[in-house]
Design a protein around this ligand. Structure first.
Ligand code: ADE
Length: 237
């Protein structure tokens, strides 16, 4: 997977990606990251990227041409004549989910356009963006953290990025439920004992307990997901 990020803050993207699991995956050549500073594509010498909004109102908008020139350079660097998805990170997008992460992880290249304080001129968005995505119903100062969140969630689904393939399979959301509680040594900590069934070595009972825990946790914490899971499973039976 090759990530291409158009941003005013490339150092934030690079710092965010150059740690831990993602760094290791880039080092091994499973992932690559290319950042493009939109300011570098401004023709005038003052390097001003934004301007006032037509119609009035507070805030400044990133101008279309700078974003477009950045995009053209990204496409030149990719160098092939094929469609590449362009994700615009914006609170006005549809909410990024595990299903979307799975869909995006199948692509060879992904281009991210990081939103900017008040926004970007609509005309360039119409021309280049394929997916408007939000990471949740709150407003960030820019789209960089949202891009990092999405790149992280997509990366861990790519074969070889995680050491243990299994950990990508069993975690929360893969089957629409939250993950069950887990325990490691010692057997007793602060007076709390590890549930008996997990020490029993009885595999089927462990699985049954985990499913019950997942269901109960999902019902309490995410009733929306619980109802969806129930509706799907009731249909099957
Ligand atoms: N930019 C600002 N807020 C955002 C959000 N919630 N998701 C994605 N991009 C954003």
């Amino acid at each position: 997977m090759n990530f291409h990020v158009m941003t005013l803050f490339p150092e934030l993207i690079e710092k965010g990606m150059n740690t831990g699991v993602l760094y290791r995956a880039m080092d091994r050549g499973i992932l690559s990251l290319h950042t493009y500073n939109i300011r570098d594509y401004v023709a005038d010498k003052h390097k001003r990227v934004d301007d006032y909004t037509y119609g009035g109102g507070a805030g400044m908008l990133l101008q279309a041409e700078h974003v477009y020139q950045t995009y053209l350079d990204v496409m030149r660097q990719i160098g092939e004549d094929r469609k590449v998805r362009v994700i615009y990170t914006t609170p006005q997008g549809s909410v990024f989910t595990q299903a979307k992460a799975e869909e995006l992880s199948k692509e060879e290249d992904l281009i991210f356009l990081c939103g900017h304080y008040e926004g970007i001129d609509e005309r360039v968005l119409e021309e280049i963006v394929s997916d408007n995505l939000s990471i949740g119903d709150y407003v960030l100062t820019g789209g960089e953290l949202a891009s990092l969140v999405m790149m992280d969630a997509v990366s861990r689904l790519i074969p070889g990025v995680l050491n243990n393939d299994e950990s990508a399979m069993t975690e929360s959301f893969t089957d629409g439920l939250l993950e069950y509680p887990q325990y490691t040594r010692p057997e007793e900590w602060h007076g709390k004992k590890v549930p008996e069934v997990l020490l029993s070595g009885h595999h089927a009972n462990v699985e049954k307990w985990r499913l019950e825990q997942s269901l109960e946790r999902t019902r309490l914490r995410r009733p929306d997901l619980y109802e969806k899971w129930k509706a799907e499973h009731d249909n099957k039976s």
